[in-house]
Write a protein that binds this ligand. Structure first.
Ligand SMILES: NC(=O)c1ccc[n+]([C@@H]2O[C@H](COP(=O)([O-])OP(=O)(O)OC[C@H]3O[C@@H](n4cnc5c(N)ncnc54)[C@H](OP(=O)(O)O)[C@@H]3O)[C@@H](O)[C@H]2O)c1
Length: 231
């Protein structure tokens, strides 16, 4: 399978790329900005299994074909797209800078949407798009102070999933959304110093990698909470 994961340099994305690389049939293209981490990630699997692409997704303002060209130089078709790259900056609603608020909206919601539009020509019949949202953006889940823009951007991504599942059904492309609770990554540790996360990256990566390949048999247009606790 040809798989693209955004944000594959660390945390959940890196662990998922490594988990997926254990199958002989998978090739995984990972996108991130940190060229050293990208190179290191590629070295975690047999040569050619994890393919690094250094690209700042904040530059993806239009579906103008630039990224499509880069990806289609590597893959002739795409079976799985995992929109995992994300940004979390904490701050009360009336105190957080609008630059930070816009950055979260951009990377967590607009970029996955543009990326899907950009890569649709490569998505094969039977392919699967997985959007990584958050319990913070899951309707009805407990909300936490300082996460209003982050959670709202993740809720938008979750809603986009439901909408796209309808629009892409004709093309036989499935779209689902996973909403993790807390996972022990740099993002979590920076945002919540001193708190212990529910899951480690290997555990969640085992599930995401299984879901990426098999989830479309059971779900389409669904937003699934990935948390062992409530909240
Ligand atoms: N950890 C949690 O508790 C938790 C809970 C719920 C949801 N999530 C979601 O899960 C996803 C992964 O989170 P994580 O905890 O693994 O975070 P992380 O360790 O901070 O990793 C974030 C990834 O996103 C990439 N990224 C960020 N901005 C980018 C940009 N402009 N261009 C390209 N890549 C960019 C980073 O790559 P570079 O630094 O190389 O650019 C990195 O690989 C995020 O969407 C997050 O919101 C996490």
């Amino acid at each position: 399978m040809n798989i693209l994961i955004t944000g594959g340099t660390k945390g959940i994305g890196l662990a998922t790329a490594i988990a997926l690389s254990r199958s002989d049939v998978n090739r995984i293209l990972i996108i991130g900005r940190d060229s050293i981490a990208l190179k290191k990630a590629a070295g975690e699997a047999a040569p050619g299994k994890i393919i690094p692409l250094c690209f700042d997704l904040s530059g993806l303002r239009n579906d103008d074909g630039v990224l499509l060209k880069m990806v289609s130089d590597i893959f002739t078709g795409l079976d799985v797209l995992i929109n995992n790259a994300g940004v979390l900056i904490t701050g009360d609603f009336d105190k957080i800078s609008m630059d930070d608020a816009r950055q979260m909206t951009e990377i967590n919601f607009i970029v996955p949407a543009v990326l899907i539009r950009e890569l649709l020509p490569l998505m094969r019949q039977g392919s699967h798009i997985i959007n990584i949202s958050s319990m913070g953006g899951f309707q009805g889940a407990q909300k936490f102070r300082g996460l209003s823009f982050y959670s709202a951007s993740k809720a938008a991504l979750a809603c986009l999933t439901e909408c796209l599942a309808v629009e892409l059904e004709e093309r036989k492309i499935s779209v689902n959304c996973l909403a993790p609770g807390s996972v022990d990554t740099e993002m979590f540790r920076q945002a919540f110093p001193g708190y212990r996360a529910n899951l480690n990256t290997e555990t969640i990566a085992d599930f995401i990698s299984w879901f990426a390949v098999n989830g479309k048999k059971y779900y389409n247009g669904k937003i699934l909470p990935l948390s062992t606790s409530t909240p």
